[in-house]
Design a protein around this ligand. Sequence first.
Ligand code: C2E
Ligand code: MG
Ligand code: MG
Ligand code: MG
Length: 282
Amino acid sequence: QAKKQGKMRSVLFSPELVEFEKQRQLIETAVREGIEHGRFSAYFQPKVRIDTGAIVGFEALARLRDDQSALVQPIAFIPVAQDSGVLEYITYAVAESTCKLLQQLAQPGLVGAINISPTQLNDLRLIADIRTIMASYDVVPQQIEFEITEEELIGNPQIAKQNLDLLRSFGFRTTLDDFGAGYSSLGQIKKYAFDTLKLDQLFVNTEDYNSTAAYGVVNSIQALANTLGMAVVAEGVETAAQMDFVRAIGIEIVQGFYYSEPLPLEAFVEFYYANQRTLKRS
Ligand code: C2E
Ligand code: MG
Ligand code: MG
Ligand code: MG
């Protein structure tokens, strides 16, 4: 018994766990203060058509600066924000920045993507708030895309489908994010009728992405997705060799460091106009 207790204690107070808890508390504080002081923002990463080189859209990615002005990464603060019930505040801030950018660029065909997570698919008030802010920036639903990861669909597939249908009935586009990182098959996800399937980075950002097997897998995902009426976007493309790989498969739209990292709003606007000038010249 004593031995068991000793073991328990060493687990509870292991240096790793103490460190982890400390980190988490720091992030909790940064999130709370971030909301108080408006330190959340969005960075924007272009989505590019391979054949023309044109920017057809962008993904808005949440960023947080702590009190030292250091960037905290979403992988750290999104789960914390979700647990403490303030993720909707962040999503709203990201949606507002997205609208601001879309209004500034004034390109009706340009689509801005916002990430939403599990519970948010059920959050009809959040969706209503986003529609209200869109209207005030003259942004129409056809310009907004919601990216949702597959894990979110598994919990309650019926409700998920209803909510996705509702979003589409408003005119929003829907994208399945990080496909291939989870366990869903295309057979399971076809009922959700996503407009777009975004391949997980693991398909291009690995050592052996260029093997025959890898080619075969991505090629059949692409073919099946197209058969089901979904466009395919490749994410995480960094190198020219990776570009060749996705091009050979016939993927049309790419997002990745190869073109650009996520950029603050003003830098994205510059990048967008530079891209347009290049297109006009060629
Ligand atoms: P995600 O939605 O799959 O977003 C793509 C992530 O891949 C971004 O990381 C982006 O910076 C990164 N990325 C893009 N191209 C490349 C590349 O070529 N190479 C590499 N190595 N990485 C690339 P980020 O911004 O750190 O976001 C991470 C995740 O955090 C997102 O993955 C998303 O799941 C979540 N997230 C970010 N913003 C939000 C948000 O506003 N709401 C929610 N619910 N989740 C968010
Ligand atoms: Mg995403
Ligand atoms: Mg993704
Ligand atoms: Mg991801």
